[in-house]
Design a binder for this molecule. Structure first.
Ligand code: C2E
Ligand code: CA
Ligand code: CA
Length: 624
């Protein structure tokens, strides 16, 4: 029974066994009626409360909505303003969950030339490729999800780079419902980035890799080779006498020459070969994946390529290269050692007379140390009077009588003993010490002549001295020679200078003038090592050269049985036609002397007649 009914029945005195009296029934109905009334009132109160609160809620809700809408409108306005400012660089899009474009903002037209609909329809034509630029700051997960840059094709065919950001929109279940994205035109940035990277990595003159890029490429190569015994070769290539071309013909010509050479070499290499310019006229080539035979062939090919005549403006130039080769892993396991050792081997090629190549050997390392020591010691060797001249007589081929001598420098080193010039002249040239040394040689030679005069004053013995190209270029030769001659009081005609052929690369007019000046002192002028370098026969006779000194190589080429040697014959004949005295150097054998005599050569010099002698010995020789 309902609790309230039980209570009302109890109130009217109803006992559960008996029946109700009339009074009792009336009282019960009244009580029930009251109960209903109270319940009704309660209900009404409840409803009223509800109504009031919901109305409140609605008001609240409406205000809230209005506020939010206002705020949203305001931020949207801001957003639109912002976007319209950015429009030339941005456009927005949405994609469905399958990645198909569903809408694209108008600004796509300005960036890619397509209207939004057109863009969506023709996206396959627009898309070129997706790239992932390295951005260390980007979180790793994002890096994996999407490429950060797109290369797209503008309607006009040009390429655009767009940076990409996408935001997935998730539904209640957390699945991707759609994607919103923004693309920013970064074409300008990409161009600048490329320019900067080119500037950083490529040589501006030749367009090939520079040292930095080389190092990066090498690190990669070394990484690929790590732990394998697979070899690769590093070639250090240095052009011979390039500085001379630069100094005499000007930097423009030198630069064009470098460009041409770099281009030709680059073309001759395989796609994966590494080729870099690491100094003025220094290049590094790395050849991987070649057996010894093919490596040697490749080296020969490069050497030959450099040797071909180059036409720069109106000049036909000939250069050669000295090359040093280091092999990985035998000659070095890292880039520093490989480059250093290839450089050392290259230097060896230079010493062997240039225009050749040398594979690195461990023993070269020692000689570099010796050279460093020589360079150091050289600087005060003059003050310590460690230099001296040797004299090698020259004789007429016709009667074997002495004509003159050549002064050849020696260095009496306190620890290393008597050192020959081929060990230190190049060093002196490279360090510039040759200028000081050269002046000393001239003075000393002139003084030696005075001592020879004392022995045999009637004969006026002649002496020739070697003058470095570098010295000839940088020093006022005429003044120096004139001073030495007057100071010692010798006859100018007693002195001869020997210049190597490379000096002919000088500016022709200037050269002719300088030689003419020297000639006016009655000093003889000989072209040394003739036939080995830049053949400049065409204007030889226009210069004041009176003697041709044929290089030892041609003398060596004379065969024992006296077979004709056309090249040598031609040189001798040519010298004679130009009315010059022709001297052959390095004559060691009688059959060589005979051949030279037969061909009309005038003078010979060499171990056959006499080795270079000390001053003491030479004076004794003169006295006889
Ligand atoms: P160079 O001017 O060609 O001198 C000839 C070299 O050949 C000398 O070597 C000489 O000793 C050597 N020689 C002479 N006859 C024979 C021979 O029959 N057989 C062989 N195998 N060699 C022979 P040296 O004295 O060692 O000089 C080497 C080079 O050093 C010279 O070549 C020259 O270029 C340079 N030099 C020598 N003295 C001077 C100098 O005072 N000043 C300059 N600037 N250079 C010098
Ligand atoms: Ca000489
Ligand atoms: Ca020589």
């Amino acid at each position: 029974m309902h609790e309230l009914l039980q209570y009302q029945l109890k109130k009217i005195g109803y006992d559960e066994q008996g029946s109700l009296t009339r009074e009792q029934t009336e009282a019960l109905i009244d009580a029930i009626n009251d109960t209903y009334k109270t319940a009704d009132e309660n209900c009404k109160l409840c409803e009223d409360t509800l109504e009031v609160s919901s109305e409140r809620m609605q008001i609240l809700y409406r205000t809230f909505k209005d506020n939010a809408r206002n705020k949203l409108a305001r931020s949207e306005e801001k957003y639109h303003k912002l976007i319209s400012n950015l429009q030339p660089y941005y456009f927005f899009y949405t994609k469905d969950s399958d990645g198909r474009f569903t809408s694209v903002s108008e600004s796509v037209k300005e960036i890619l030339g397509y209207a939004p609909d057109e863009f969506i329809e023709r996206y396959s034509d627009v898309f070129v490729k997706a790239m992932d630029i390295e951005d260390p700051d980007r979180p790793i997960d994002q890096k994996d999800i999407m490429p950060s840059e797109l290369k797209l094709k503008h309607k006009n065919g040009s390429m655009r780079y767009l940076e990409l950001r996408e935001f997935p929109i998730l539904n209640v279940e957390g699945k991707i419902e759609s994607i919103e994205g923004i693309l920013r035109d970064v074409s300008k940035e990409v161009k600048t980035r490329k320019k900067i990277s080119d500037m950083l990595h490529f040589d501006t003159l030749t367009g090939i890799s520079n040292r930095l890029h080389l190092e990066i490429l090498m690190e990669k190569l070394l990484f690929d080779h790590y732990g394998k015994e697979q070899r690769f070769a590093l070639l250090f290539l240095d052009l011979d006498h390039f500085k001379h071309i630069n100094d005499t013909l000007g930097h423009d010509i030198g630069d064009s020459l470098l460009q041409q050479i770099a281009e030709s070499v680059a073309q001759s290499l395989r796609e994966n070969d590494i080729f870099a310019r690491v100094g003025g006229d220094e290049f590094i080539i790395i050849l991987d994946d070649l057996d010894s035979i093919n490596l040697t062939l490749a080296i020969h090919r490069i050497m030959k390529l450099v040797r071909k005549p180059w036409t720069v403006r109106n000049y036909e130039l000939r250069v050669s290269a000295s090359m040093g080769i280091a092999l990985y892993p035998d000659d070095g396991k890292n880039s520093i050692d490989l480059m250093k050792n290839a450089d050392i081997a290259m230097y060896q090629s230079k010493k062997l007379g240039r225009d050749n190549f040398t594979f690195f050997k461990e023993e070269f390392n020692v000689s570099v140390h010796t050279e460093m020591k020589l360079i150091q010691d050289m600087s005060n060797a003059l003050e310590k009077k460690e230099f001296l001249l040797y004299f090698q007589p020259k004789a007429w081929l016709s009667n074997n009588e002495i004509v003159s001598a050549e002064a050849l420098i020696r260095w009496r080193h306190p620890e290393l003993g008597l050192i020959n010039p081929d060990k230190f002249i190049t060093l002196a040239e490279n360090t510039g010490f040759i200028l000081k040394l050269g002046r000393w040689i001239i003075e000393e030679a002139c003084q030696a002549i005075t001592r020879f005069n004392n022995v045999n004053s009637n004969k006026k013995p002649k002496l020739s001295i070697n003058i470095s190209v570098r010295q000839f270029q940088h020093e006022p030769m005429y003044q120096i020679l004139e001073k030495a001659i007057t100071d010692t009081g010798i006859d100018g005609s007693q002195l001869l200078i020997e210049l190597t052929e490379s000096i002919m690369m000088e500016n022709k007019e200037e050269m002719a003038y300088k030689l003419k000046q020297i000639k006016s002192l009655n000093v003889g002028i000989a072209l040394d090592d003739f036939g080995t370098g830049y053949s400049t026969l065409a204007y030889l006779d226009k210069l004041s050269i009176d003697t041709l000194k044929i290089d030892k190589a041609f003398v060596d080429a004379i065969s024992k049985d006296g077979t004709q040697n056309t090249l040598l014959d031609t040189i001798i004949a040519m010298g004679k036609t130009l009315n010059m005295l022709v001297i052959a150097e390095g004559v060691e054998h009688e059959y060589q002397r005979e051949y030279l005599l037969k061909k009309g050569c005038d003078i010979y010099q060499g171990y056959l007649f006499s080795k270079p002698l000390s001053e003491q010995e030479y004076i004794e020789y003169l006295t006889k």
